[in-house]
Design a protein around this ligand. Structure first.
Ligand code: ATP
Length: 233
């Protein structure tokens, strides 16, 4: 579904991704793991058109994403849930959710998708008139996830959702990821919690220094081997 071939990208004179290739299969949950600074967020930013690509191609269902500006990505049926939640703190929960369906083509389906979001995240319904800035970290993460689902994307990209969450919220988060997976949604999950990420994934990529150093079906991954590669320098 999402194919990345021979990608090089970075920030001005600093190149971060080196000839990187990945294939994200439709209806599967693919996790991309790797230590700090491996280039995971840079990869997601390159996919979303936020970082310039100096070499290689990124295609979604065979169509190049290179010419689509970031603000039009929801029209390509992609949504990204960024690291750090990025909720609009001075808006209510419901207003935040409606921002996820802001593009004209998503507005007609917004009431139905809002109801689906509330069914998946009942706590958001209870607090729908509350300002997002008053939510706990876990609740804000749920809001960011629900907002990402408001455009009913074919491809959902989630960057480090468990970062900074209490263990109980991490459990809840991975339960939700498991449910999204059952819906056969295509998900790219960037995570530092390797054990949980491998546990929920269909396929695992490990990145080191801007390169893919392991690509394996999750069922075949040995955590020992993975951790050795993870900490290798
Ligand atoms: P983390 O898990 O810590 O978020 P990551 O794997 O997502 O790490 P990136 O955030 O993609 O890694 O960073 C990869 C490299 O790019 C790092 O060396 C980082 O310092 C550098 N980098 C990130 N953002 C910028 C920027 N805006 N300008 C210059 N260099 C950057």
């Amino acid at each position: 579904m999402l194919e990345i071939n021979n990608l090089r990208a970075g920030y001005g004179a600093i190149n971060v991704l080196w000839d990187l290739s990945l294939n994200i299969e439709a209806g599967k949950l693919t996790t991309i793991i790797g230590p700090n600074g491996a280039g995971k967020t840079t990869l997601l930013r390159a996919v979303m058109g936020l970082v310039p690509v100096s070499q290689g191609t990124i295609t979604l269902d065979g169509k190049s994403l290179g010419d689509i500006p970031t603000w039009k990505m929801t029209e390509a049926s992609m949504a990204m849930i960024p690291e750090g939640r990025m909720v609009f703190r001075d808006m209510t929960i419901e207003e935040n959710l409606m921002m996820g369906a802001f593009a004209p083509r998503h507005r007609a389906a917004a009431p139905g998708n809002l109801e689906k979001s509330y069914q998946m995240f009942p706590r958001l319904r209870e607090r729908r008139k509350q300002l997002a800035g008053s939510l706990s970290g876990g609740e804000a993460q749920m809001l960011a996830m629900a907002r990402g689902l408001m455009s009913d994307p074919k491809l959902l990209i989630i960057d480090e959702p468990s970062l900074g969450l209490a263990p109980v919220m991490v459990n809840e988060l991975f339960d939700i990821l498991g449910r999204l997976k059952q819906d056969k949604r295509t998900i790219v999950l960037v995570e530092q919690n390797t054990q949980r990420a491998v546990g929920v994934a269909d396929h695992v990529y490990l990145m080191q220094s801007g390169k893919v150093v392991l690509s394996q079906p999750a069922a075949e991954v040995s955590l020992d081997h993975l951790h050795k590669l993870y900490f290798a320098r």
